[in-house]
Every structure is written in C-alpha cells, then in structure tokens.
Design a protein around this ligand. Sequence first.
Ligand code: FAD
Length: 476
Amino acid sequence: MSTQTYDMTGLQQTLRERLGAHCVSVDEGVLDAHACDWSDAEKRRPQLVVMPRTPDEAAKALGMLSKLGQKVVVQGGLTGLAGGATPQANEVAMSLARMNAIEEFDTIGGTITVQAGLTLEQLQAHVEAQGWFFPLDLGARGSCQIGGNAATNAGGNRVVRFGVMRDLVLGMEVALADGTVLTMMNKVTKNTTGIDLKQLFIGSEGILGVITRLVLKLEPKPTVSNTALCALASFEAATRLLKELRRRLPALSSFELMWDDFMSAAMAIGALKPPFTTSSPVYAIVETLGASEEGERRALEEALEHALENAIVEDVIVAQSLDDAQRIWAYRETVGELLGRLKPHAAFDVGLPMIAMDRFVTTMKTTLTSRFPHQTHLFFGHLGDGNLHLLSGPYADATAMHEVEQLAYEEVRRAGGCISAEHGIGVVKQEFLHLSRSPEETDLMRKLKTLLDPREILNGGRLISEPVGESTSKNS
Ligand code: FAD
C-alpha cells in the first residue's frame, strides 16, 4: 500500500474548524478502510476522510476543498469494481456513508426521497415494509449506496423487466466541485421542461459532481415470486428460452445465465450440491415477480413444460419454497466469494449484441484456456440485457492480466459491443475506453468535465484521461 508523507495538518484543521471535528478523520483504521474499492486497483490511503452528515455539509466541504485546489475522491459503499473510488496520490476521500437519511416517502404515488449514502438494502427493506418495491438488485446490496448506484448506472439481476438505475431515478441533487448545489428534485415521470440534466450525472462515475440526494421511482411490492433453474444444451437454447418466456410471462423479472465452468466453481466455493444428476453446458435462473400466486406459478410451469417438450431445456427445477429459491440463487450469489478467491483477477462486464455473445464466449474460452491454462475463466451474465461477465484469474503477473484485457476488449470491439455494461470505466478500463467511445465523444466528455470542474479536483484521472499537463497533483 502506498503511503503519503506530506503534512495535511493545515487542511485538517481548516476542515475541522469549518465543518466540525466529527466530519474529518485521520485515524489509521479509518484511512485503511477507505483505501480501496473491490477492484484490484492499487490500494492507497487517502490523506484524510471527510464524512459529511448532510448534503449541505458535503457541498460546503467541496467548496472549501475546491478553493484550496485539494483533490477529492468520492466514496460510496466502495463495492465498485472499476477502481473509481480507490484514492489516488494526494487525494482526500469524501465518504457519503453518514448521509443515509430517508427524507420523504410518498406512499400514494410511489416515490421516495433519500440521501445518497443510504445502502441499497436499507432502501429495499424500508419501502417493502410499506408495500412498495425498489427493483434494482445486485449482490453488493448490503454495502453499495444509492448514490454509488446512480454514479455507476448500476444494473443487476432485474434489468430485463425494470431497467437500469437510470430508469429508476426521477430527481437528483448534485453538489458541484466548487460547492454549488444543483437541485433537480423532480418527482414526476413526465417532465418536458428542457434538458434532463440529471442524466449527465448518472453513470458519470463522480467526475462531474457529487450526488447528494435522489428521488426514486418505486413499484408496488410484488407479493409472489417464482424461481426456476433450467439446464440447457447450448447458448442458442438459452436465447430461445428467453424469447419464449418473454412472450408468455409478463411477470418475468430475471434471466441469469451461468456457463458450466461457473457452475462448477460456484458449487466448489459455496459447498453447494449439484442441482441436476448430470451437468449441462449452460444454466439459466428464471424468476417472476407478481401478485397472482396460482396464476403466475401455473404460467411459469406451463412455459417450462412447453420448453421441455420442445427440447429447449434439458431439465428444470421449479422452487417449491423460499428456501428452494434461495438454494437456486445461491449458485449465482457466489460471485462475491469468487471475486475474492481469484484475486488478482481480470473482471469483465461487457455489453454484447445477443447475436454475438455465443461466439465471444467460445472464442474467449478457447483463447484463454490455451494461453493461460493455470488460471480459471468463468462466464456468466444477464442474458436479457446483453451483459456478459467474465472473471479470469488469479494473475500474479500484471502483464499477463493486461494481455487478457486486450484480448477480451478487442474481441468486444469486433463484436460491436461495449467494454462496460455495468461497473463503469474507473481506472481499470480507462485505456480501453477508445474501443467503445469515439474521440468526438470523449472530447465532449472532457469539455463537460472542464466546464463543471475547471480546477480538476473531483475524481481526477478516472473515466476519461486527464488533460495534458494536469496529471500531477495541484497540492502545494
Ligand atoms: P463506490 O464503489 O463507492 O463508487 C463507485 C464510483 O461511483 C466511484 O467512481 C465513486 O467515486 C462514484 N461515486 C460513489 N458515490 C457517489 C456519489 N454519491 N456521487 C458521485 N459519485 C459517486 N454492479 C452492477 O451494476 N450490477 C451488479 O450486478 C453488480 N454486482 C456486484 C456484485 C458484487 C459482489 C460486487 C462487489 C459488486 C457488484 N457490482 C455490480 C458493482 C458495484 O456494486 C456497483 O458498481 C455499485 O453501484 C457501486 O456502488 P458503491 O456505492 O459501492 O460505489
């Protein structure tokens, strides 16, 4: 881990005087806890951690830091996989963990106003207790924050029905780098009052401003969920099954694909039993969420029976209880443990046209197993969204890992896909951004960055590269 040596006492004192001692920490344990996200980006302690308790405090802190030219990294739940929240040299961290209040809950219209540091799981539990449902869901739900979800435009397991984070945000408040507060707390679905500025900040990975408050769109809480695990002979069969289920099941909410290698690794790391007596090349977890206990279950069973009769699926388990459903999801939920076990790893979250996905998997499997036979290469994904994950590792040697990244991203480009469909660019994919975005697009992104953060204090060196001559710290 890198350490910084220069004196931060002056800055610390100023921040303490103006924000209160409770807002600033240089405690060793706190610095360590804020030294990295979940990626393999190089760990580095921040100079200090600013922990505002309210959106106003966050804006005030930014205004002060900006005046001092002090670089800042924004930190949500630190579950990001792109290194965006990992501190870089001479940065202080702004942690939003304390800003987790639920400010307003419209239980008639189904919207909720929350501060950005609320965790996804806290939000889910809160709204479900009152008959509403926030559909975004991902394995990191216990730690990731709503602000982080918006900053990365998170996806997850239910995108096939409810869309990505961008589709769930109605309004937002942002503190710009100089402390200016941009209030865009829209609460209605239809709003044609000009450019929808909040969209600029969704998916911008904190380089344009700090998201401090959000208005979120809720769904009525489903009362019934049905889950099934399908064994499939091929990827092509999976695409046929998805089409069939989409046609027959309006309540379809998840369609998660796992290739056989992933399944074996999941069983090994999670000490899970094989679901079927024989193994199959591909597996799909299917879930419906709705309100009609009998009707939806019957519809799912009929659809799967039809798929069995037509040899679209080889075998099926339909969960008979919540425990069964959890046992099915347990295979997919081993991802967190696998990420840990395969470190240092190359973790991909690429977007691919569905028509190109099978070829991508076959090509990459063949290339990686022959080139890197001692590493594990696991494929899984959210088929309905064209989002494929590849987890490959461990790589003790950074050059080897880089080679894997080059191979995969070049193949993505050839397939007409995008290098990130979920986790964002951060630092780990920055050098490959040109494979997915044109020079004109990155140029416009840079102009927006310069417009909103002319002193380059916020999340510098992430997503887009720094302008020429700006790569050294502005600290003096
Ligand atoms: P952080 O990691 O703290 O930050 C991520 C980026 O957003 C950084 O650039 C940071 O500077 C910026 N940021 C954070 N908060 C703010 C804010 N309030 N304002 C401005 N910028 C901010 N992602 C998916 O999309 N789908 C998945 O299915 C999924 N599954 C995962 C499973 C596991 C086990 C893990 C570890 C991660 C998974 N992720 C997934 C990745 C990660 O959880 C998401 O990217 C998540 O949205 C990050 O939220 P966070 O609060 O942890 O953000």
